[in-house]
Ligand binder design. Structure first.
Ligand SMILES: *[C@@H]1O[C@H](CO)[C@@H](O)[C@H](O)[C@H]1NC(C)=O
Length: 324
């Protein structure tokens, strides 16, 4: 407990020093500092919170959904120290998994979403509505380890992805409880008031997903859902070796899009959304932009998915990856 809080104090202290160095502009790092701040005075890091709320083997696809986004944000450059992965069940090690320690997005089995270096931060029965809300709002117990904390501030862009069984205005957590659209709206409001984000990209793949962002009323939130009110979100690729559907359509086509993109991409959120094909997804994805201040055609994917903090000065100041 002491160690954890000392570590975070030390990090804050280094951060303050970094800011002072930046402000004075006199350090030998001047050139890097200039790059760092070019066009992004108010945006210094990206975080991802990826949540699969389902348990049990027949929900394999929900874990594959969350791991698809995990693969994507890691490929683009967000380090594990800035990714909070919540998985209610571990399909990779399920005795019914004919391919132990692997999770696939497609029967051709070319992409192993589980791989060798998945870091799960909240697992099993830790994936609760309460823990999710506490994570977002920063109301965690004092002895909570660093990997279970969302250490964001008003310069952080946060990608929040959720998947599981849901319906109009709710998402089930492990068949035992539900989060509703007001709960999430309230958590985002608290986050805004506590200066815990600059912008949020909220994405959800569940039935009637678009109802889940309907209650948001805080600034700078871009929301995307997989299906409209009254509509199911459909699964994809029944795998006869596994006996289950491996992924959901909406997330699969997001993954497919991202697989063609790398961290040097200049593609925008508008490009991603334009690529949604309802005849393939078989539901109507929704996009809510009224709370979001920027033009989607000028909002780069990397503004959320990229390694904004991947600049010499800051990576030296934060030895990310070693903190866990
Ligand atoms: C959407 O997918 C269908 C089925 O593959 C295809 O025929 C159609 O051309 C696609 N539409 C667009 C706009 O790409």
């Amino acid at each position: 407990m002491k160690l954890a809080s000392l570590a975070s104090c030390a990090a804050n202290f280094v951060f303050v020093l970094t800011l002072l160095a930046v402000a004075s502009g006199a350090s030998s790092n001047e050139e890097k500092v200039t790059q760092f701040f070019e066009g992004s005075e108010t945006h210094t890091n990206n975080w991802a919170v990826l949540v699969c709320t389902s348990r049990f083997w027949f929900n394999y696809r929900h874990m594959a959904n969350a791991l698809s986004m995990y693969r994507t944000v890691k490929r683009m450059g967000i380090p594990d120290s800035h990714i909070i992965l919540m998985l209610a069940d571990d399909m990779a090690c399920n005795p019914r998994n004919a391919f132990p320690a692997a999770v696939y997005d497609h029967p051709r089995k070319t992409i192993d979403l589980y791989g060798d270096n998945v870091e799960v931060d909240y697992r099993g029965y830790e994936v609760t509505v309460e823990n999710f809300i506490r994570l977002l709002t920063g109301r965690v117990a004092a002895d909570t380890p660093r990997n279970k904390r969302l250490l964001t501030d008003d310069k952080s862009n946060v990608f929040i992805y959720m998947t599981g069984h849901g319906g109009e205005d709710f998402l089930k957590f492990q068949d035992s409880e539900e989060i509703n659209s007001y709960d999430i709206a309230d958590a985002f409001k608290q986050m805004w008031e506590k200066q815990r984000y600059r912008e949020i990209l909220f994405m959800i793949d569940t039935c009637q997903a678009n109802t889940m962002y309907s209650k948001f009323d805080s600034p700078n939130i871009l929301s995307i859902g997989s299906s409209k009110k009254g509509q199911n979100s459909l699964s994809h690729f029944h795998d006869y070796d596994l006996g289950v559907s491996v992924i959901d359509r909406f997330t699969y086509y997001n993954l497919e899009f991202f697989e063609s993109v790398d961290s040097s991409s200049k593609q925008t959120m508008a490009d991603l959304i334009a690529a949604y094909n309802t005849s393939l997804i078989q539901s109507d994805p929704g996009v809510r932009t009224d709370l979001f201040a920027r033009d989607l055609a000028k909002t780069y994917l990397m503004d959320f998915f990229g390694a904004v903090q991947n600049v010499k000065l800051t990576t030296e100041a934060f030895p990310i990856g070693k903190s866990k």
